[in-house]
Write a protein that binds this ligand. Structure first.
Ligand SMILES: *Cc1c(COP(=O)(O)O)cnc(C)c1O
Length: 403
């Protein structure tokens, strides 16, 4: 594919109010109108370019949305207070009571909990399927299905969705394909592969400094406008708005996203290859042993590599805990949820980020107790990191177990 997401961001030009090289930050919740009639027209959605109230939109949030829409190649985008604040309004906007969602079974724990426990309160039901099988996805589609939902790179098993194939199914049955692209910004461009809506938790790689939560919904002008509609827009009415000051800081961090993604990928690839040679069963899309390695390679934006996420089974929860504690003690990273930080982060998802998923379902999807999910950091000397991590694995017996 020759869509160049980083260049699209770079091609945008911003000037601040006083000629600043960064756009001015809008620091107001409400906006004046010189004529009373323009206020009415704005309320009715008949006037472009006027701001009304910052839950609806604000200049700074629009700047950030514009950069993210450019990155995903969509007409528009709406930034939100968190990733969940992007996912839940999107699904509630598309679905009515009685509707059905076909979702991947390997999704972010919060999304799973929303679909499984919360959405049914509003009459929205979901089927959870193995997203890597187009046959299983198709078989789960009902007359009431409105959405196919998945993550381009799934959490935490790093399965890769066949977005082209899913888009064909969505077209065939007149469904919306909604893709959470949080794990693979710049690397995968789901809208270019046929997705209708692309979502990110900005909290992770995109902001990259673990100092805030944030989210974005990227889609057509029509869909984004519908979310902001004062009468029936889910983003407007549920209210997960990002603060303007924060939007300006996320926008500044996006300036280095392309550099960071390349480094995350380079470091993860290095460790994945080394540890696989050492005999660990590494899950990493860049390795030939990954079941969807070829698929990923067929559609990714190559210059950004295979991503910063890597998982492997340490053998048991006890071993995983022991290893993570030792690695933290040696300052190789932090035992923490989340991802996309300059420092390596690791956790055992079965008991942390995916704990919303019941044990028997975890087992069925291949999520074992000893699985550790790594978000590989921006370490300058990755060979040094490898040697130190390997020592931790040998000391805890994790490497011996696998051999
Ligand atoms: C973190 C995450 C979310 C939720 O985002 P928040 O910003 O924490 O609300 C959704 N999807 C994925 C894949 C995530 O990693």
């Amino acid at each position: 594919m020759n869509f160049k997401p980083a260049d699209k961001i770079q091609d945008l030009q911003y000037f601040g109010e006083y000629g600043g090289v960064n756009p001015s930050i809008s620091d107001s919740s409400t906006y004046t109108f010189l004529a009373a009639k323009s206020m009415m027209d704005t309320f009715e959605g008949n006037l472009e370019g006027c701001y009304l109230y910052s839950r609806h939109s604000s200049p700074t949030n629009l700047y950030l949305g514009q950069a993210l829409a450019a990155m995903e190649g969509t007409e528009s985008a709406n930034v939100t207070a968190s990733g969940m604040g992007a996912i839940t309004p999107t699904l509630m906007q598309i679905c009515n009571a009685g509707d059905h969602i076909v979702s991947s079974r390997t999704i972010y724990g919060g999304t799973y909990a929303f679909l499984k426990n919360f959405a049914p309160k509003f009459g929205i039901s979901s089927a959870f399927v193995d997203i890597t099988s187009l046959e299983k996805v198709e078989a789960a589609i009902l007359k009431t299905t409105k959405v196919i939902y998945c993550e381009s790179v799934s959490n935490p098993l790093l399965e890769i969705a066949d977005i082209n194939g899913l888009a064909r199914l969505a077209k065939k049955y007149d469904l919306k394909l909604v893709i959470d692209n949080t794990f693979s910004p710049l690397q995968i461009s789901p809208a270019k592969l046929g997705a209708d809506v692309v979502i990110h938790s900005l909290t992770k790689f995109i902001n990259g400094s673990s100092d805030t939560v944030g989210g974005v919904i990227c889609g057509t002008n029509e869909f984004i406008d519908s979310l902001r509609n004062v009468n029936d827009g889910a983003s407007m009415l549920l209210g997960p708005v990002m603060d303007s000051l924060r939007a300006s800081s996320v926008l500044k961090n996006i300036r280095t996203l392309h550099i960071r993604m390349k480094k995350h990928s380079e470091n993860a690839m290095y460790l994945a290859k080394k540890f696989e040679l050492d005999g660990l069963k590494i899950i990493y899309p860049g390795l030939k042993s990954h079941p969807q390695h070829k698929l990923f390679t067929s559609f990714f934006n190559k210059e950004f590599g295979y991503g910063g996420m890597l998982s492997f089974d340490a053998g048991s929860l006890g071993k995983a805990d022991e290893l993570m504690e030792l690695m933290q003690k040696r300052n190789l990273g932090y035992l923490a949820v989340s991802l996309g930080f300059y420092k390596t982060l690791f956790n055992a998802p079965g008991t942390a980020t995916s704990s919303e998923i019941p044990a028997d379902e975890q087992k069925e999807m291949g999520l074992t107790d000893g699985l550790i999910r790594f978000s590989i950091g921006l370490d300058n000397d990755i060979e040094r990191t490898y040697q130190e991590m390997k020592a931790c694995m040998q000391e805890t017996g994790v490497l011996k177990y696998q051999l």
